[in-house]
Design a binder for this molecule. Structure first.
Ligand code: PAF
Length: 286
C-alpha cells in the first residue's frame, strides 16, 4: 500500500492508472476508522481496479466552536486497517497542500444545504463540497463512495457532481451500526459509558418511528412528537433537530410516505450525533 502526501504525486499516480485503463474508486475520509469506513472501502474494492482513500481532517468544514483540534486521529492504526482491506493508496496531504496561502475558492451547494445540519453548522457543507471537489480533481476517480449516515452530505455531493458536470459515479452505502444499534461514527469515541447508553436514544427512536409508519400512521408531526419523547427520556440528550422531509430537497412534509426521510441530530453530553431513516426501507436494528 502506497502512502502519498503530495498532490503532484497523487495526480501523477492517477494519470498513470487512467492511461493504463484502470478503474479508480475513491473513499474520502477524515480517518479514525470504524467498520463503517471499512465497508465503504470494501465496496470500493469490489467495483474498481485501484482503491484510493484519503485521510484528511478538513479544517474548512469545522466552525471555530467545533471539534477540529479534538477530532480523533490515529494514522498508523488507520493504515493497518486500510491495508487489511486491500487499499492501494492512502492519500494523506498536509494542510498546506490542500489550503496553500492565498486559497480563496469554495464550492457551495446552495439550497440543499440550508436545512437539517446546514442550519446548525452554517459553513460545514461548503467545506465538505470544497474539499471533495479538490480531492476529486487530485485523485481523478471514476467512482466515489460515501455513507448514508451523512445523508445530506451524500445529497450535496450528488448535486455538486451533476451541477459541475463531474464525470464521476457516486455510490451511497447503508449505515453501519454497532450491535446495540448505535450508528458508527468516529465521534462515538468521545462518549463515556453513561453517554454511550444515552446515545441509543437515536436508534431507539428511529425504530419506534418505523413501527409507527408500519402501523399505518403517517402524520409527520405526531411521529416527530413520538421521536422527541423517546429521545427526551434518555439522560444527557439535547435535540438539535428532528425533521421529516422529502429526500430530494429536504423540505418538511406533513404526511409521511414511502421514501420520506426522518433525520435527527442530537447532542449526547457534548457529542453531536446524527442518524436517519428512510421510511419503507430496511432498518438494520436489534
Ligand atoms: O464524511 C467525512 O468524513 C467528511 O465529511 C469527508 C467526506 C471526508 C470530507 O472531509
Amino acid at each position: 500500500m502506497k502512502i502519498i502526501r503530495t498532490t503532484a504525486e497523487m495526480q501523477a499516480f492517477s494519470n498513470a492508472q487512467r492511461e493504463a485503463q484502470k478503474h479508480i474508486a475513491f473513499v474520502p475520509t477524515m480517518g479514525y476508522f470504524h467498520d463503517g469506513h471499512l465497508e465503504l472501502m470494501r465496496a470500493g474494492k469490489r467495483c474498481a481496479d485501484i482503491l484510493v482513500i484519503s485521510i484528511f481532517v478538513n479544517p474548512t468544514q469545522f466552525s471555530p466552536n467545533e471539534d477540529l483540534q479534538a477530532y480523533p486521529r490515529d494514522f498508523d492504526r488507520d493504515c493497518t486497517l486500510a491495508q487489511e482491506v486491500g487499499v492501494d493508496v492512502v492519500f494523506a496531504p498536509e494542510n498546506d497542500a490542500m489550503y496553500p496561502n492565498g486559497f480563496q475558492t469554495f464550492v457551495a451547494v446552495e439550497k440543499l444545504t440550508q436545512n437539517l445540519c446546514g442550519r446548525y453548522r452554517p459553513q460545514h457543507f461548503r467545506g465538505v463540497t470544497t474539499v471533495c471537489a479538490k480531492l476529486f480533481n487530485i485523485i481523478k476517480p471514476h467512482t466515489v463512495i460515501f455513507g448514508k449516515k451523512d445523508y445530506q452530505q451524500l445529497a450535496a455531493i450528488s448535486r455538486m457532481l451533476t451541477d459541475l458536470n463531474m464525470d464521476i459515479e457516486l455510490v451511497g452505502m447503508p449505515i453501519v451500526r454497532e450491535a446495540n444499534g448505535l450508528a458508527m461514527s468516529s465521534r462515538n469515541t468521545y462518549l463515556n459509558a453513561t453517554e454511550r447508553k444515552s446515545a441509543l436514544a437515536l436508534s431507539h427512536s428511529l425504530r419506534e418511528a418505523r413501527s409507527f409508519f408500519l402501523r399505518g400512521e403517517n402524520n409527520a408531526q405526531e411521529c416527530i412528537m413520538l421521536v422527541r419523547s423517546i429521545i427526551d427520556g434518555y439522560s444527557h440528550t439535547a435535540i438539535d433537530y428532528i425533521q421529516i422531509c422529502e429526500t430530494k430537497n429536504f423540505t418538511d412534509i406533513a404526511t409521511i410516505t414511502q421514501g420520506s426521510l426522518l433525520a435527527l441530530a442530537v447532542k449526547v453530553g457534548k457529542t453531536r450525533l446524527i442518524d436517519n431513516y428512510v421510511f419503507g426501507e430496511e432498518l438494520n436494528l436489534p
